[in-house]
Every structure is written in structure tokens, then in C-alpha cells.
Write a protein that binds this ligand. Structure first.
Ligand code: SF4
Ligand code: SF4
Length: 278
């Protein structure tokens, strides 16, 4: 088996590319210039669904359903790889959230990922990794984006990633707030997941407006209003000081089925079928 590039090569590439990425990010603030970076963020080469791991869902029961959905997915995938480090947090030299909560790669393409990046993992190890990410306040992003197969020299359709992101270091999340409206298709809310504001509880403080990585919350008549392109990441729910925002999922089965359908639609990831009615 021939492996893709090792860790030191990828670290160097990231270090060299970072200034260009930041420049692109700044340019994306200007009308017209945002079109320069537009091709890097469109489907089908860039699709991400956020899963708010550490948010309690209000309906149908008060439970950590999103975390369970991620674990269900991992339980039905045979080939898992855990990266030893988060490239973004390492590059920014932060210790919190921990650098060693890296992404996970899923699918046959992991056979080509160089062992210096991390390790193949069992489902139990993957579950523990999800628990650590949750306890660290990270958000899971199920991602099918062009940069991963380029970096690790794997086939695009044989690879999915689950990245564990924070708001200040993640290259992707920090980029999206500065995007032009044309980049919205890159982040999708999981079907059946909704984010609601309780107007009576909202104090109009604006905290959620600052925290939304997509810039999808506006204050209208001093009440928070969620935009149509909200990705359902749950950060505003977590950060609202007045518990005025909640996350609702209509039906876990439907949400899981939609997630699997989406992954199957964008990749060749083999996902085992579950026995229903467990
Ligand atoms: S953070 Fe909460 S209270 Fe403040 S504006 Fe947003 S929803 Fe309203
Ligand atoms: S509105 Fe809230 S849940 Fe939606 S993308 Fe923004 S921070 Fe995430």
C-alpha cells in the first residue's frame, strides 16, 4: 500500500498555505472579490453538516441526541482513522481546546492516510474520541470537502471527515462569517433540525449575533431572528445567557436516515444498515 504524504509534509504545506488562505478570507469581505474564492466553497466539492454534540435537544426528549447520532454513524462504518492533532489548533498554538482532539476520517480512503498522522481506530476508540470532543465544547462537522483528499492524496469519493471544531481556530468556521452570500450552500442544516428563539426570553443582548459563525442571526426590534441559512451548529443555543434559543429535532430516526442518505449521496462510504426498532 502506498501512503499519501506524512505529517511533516502536511504541516509544512499548511504553514505555507496559511497566509494565502488568510488573504483570501480578507478579500472575501469585498464585493466582487469574494468571487475569487467562491469556487473553493461550492458543491459538490464542499459540503458540511454540523452536529451540535454538546447541546441538549428540547424535543422529543431532553437528551444529548446529536452525540448519539454521531455514534450511531460511527458504529456502522468499518474503517475509521483518528488524527493525533487538529491542524488549525496546532497552527495557532493553542492548548484549549486541546490540540490532540483531531479529526476523524471515515471510509476506504483511510488506507492511504500515512500512519504518522494518527491511527486506525475501533468503534469504541471513536466513541471515546467523540466524548472527549463533546466535553471540550467542540462541534462535529461531517464534511465532504476537496481539501482533505488533496492533503492526504486519497480519492474524493472514498472519504468523509468528521472534524471537531471550535469557533476561534477552525479555518472553516472562522472563514464562513466573512463569506459573501454566495457561499451559503457550503453549510447545510441537518433535515428535521430547527433552531428557535423564545421571544419572551430574548433580551436583545446580541451575544448570539456575535457568536454565529455564519452571521445568520439579526436583531430585529431587539429580538434575535434566525436566518434561513442557519446550519444548526447549536453555538448560539450554548452561548445565549438567557437560554432563549433552543434546538429541536422532530425525529431521531428521520434525522439519522437523512444524514446517512446525504453521506451516501456524496460519497462511496459503506455504511451498514441498522436493524430498525431496536
Ligand atoms: S443571546 Fe439570547 S438574549 Fe441575547 S439576543 Fe441572542 S437570543 Fe436574545
Ligand atoms: S444561528 Fe445558531 S445554530 Fe444557526 S448557524 Fe448560527 S450559531 Fe449555529
Amino acid at each position: 500500500m502506498q501512503y499519501g504524504p506524512g505529517r511533516n509534509f502536511v504541516r509544512l504545506a499548511v504553514r505555507l498555505a496559511w497566509p494565502f488562505i488568510r488573504a483570501g478570507k480578507r478579500l472575501s469581505n469585498f464585493p466582487f472579490l469574494k468571487w475569487l474564492i467562491y469556487p473553493f466553497f461550492i458543491r459538490p466539492y464542499n459540503e458540511v453538516s454540523s452536529i451540535p454534540l454538546n447541546i441538549e435537544v428540547q424535543r422529543p426528549e431532553n437528551i444529548a441526541m446529536p452525540r448519539r447520532v454521531v455514534k450511531r454513524l460511527l458504529a456502522n462504518v468499518d474503517e475509521l482513522f483518528i488524527f493525533d492533532e487538529c491542524i488549525c489548533r496546532r497552527h495557532n498554538k493553542v492548548s484549549s481546546p486541546p490540540q490532540d482532539i483531531g479529526c476523524m476520517a471515515l471510509g476506504p480512503a483511510i488506507r492511504r492516510i500515512h500512519p504518522s498522522h494518527g491511527r486506525r481506530a475501533t468503534q469504541e476508540e471513536a466513541f471515546r474520541h467523540v466524548d472527549r470532543a463533546t466535553e471540550a465544547g467542540l462541534i462535529a462537522n461531517v464534511a465532504h470537502v476537496w481539501i482533505d483528499p488533496v492533503a492526504f492524496q486519497t480519492r474524493f469519493h472514498d472519504l468523509m471527515f468528521i472534524c471537531y471544531c471550535d469557533d476561534t481556530n477552525c479555518l472553516y468556521r472562522t472563514h464562513m462569517k466573512n463569506r459573501g452570500p454566495s457561499l451559503q450552500g457550503a453549510c447545510q442544516r441537518l433535515p428535521g433540525l430547527s433552531v428557535r428563539v423564545n421571544e419572551d426570553a430574548c433580551q436583545g443582548c446580541g451575544t448570539c449575533v456575535e457568536q454565529c459563525f455564519l452571521g445568520e442571526i439579526a436583531l430585529i426590534h431587539e429580538k434575535a431572528v434566525i436566518g434561513d441559512s442557519c446550519a444548526g451548529c447549536g453555538r448560539c443555543v450554548e452561548r445565549c445567557p438567557h437560554q432563549a434559543i433552543s434546538l429541536e429535532i422532530e425525529n431521531e430516526e428521520a434525522l439519522y436516515d437523512d444524514l446517512v442518505r446525504w453521506i451516501r449521496g456524496v460519497s462511496n462510504l459503506p455504511i451498514q444498515c441498522e436493524e430498525k426498532g431496536r
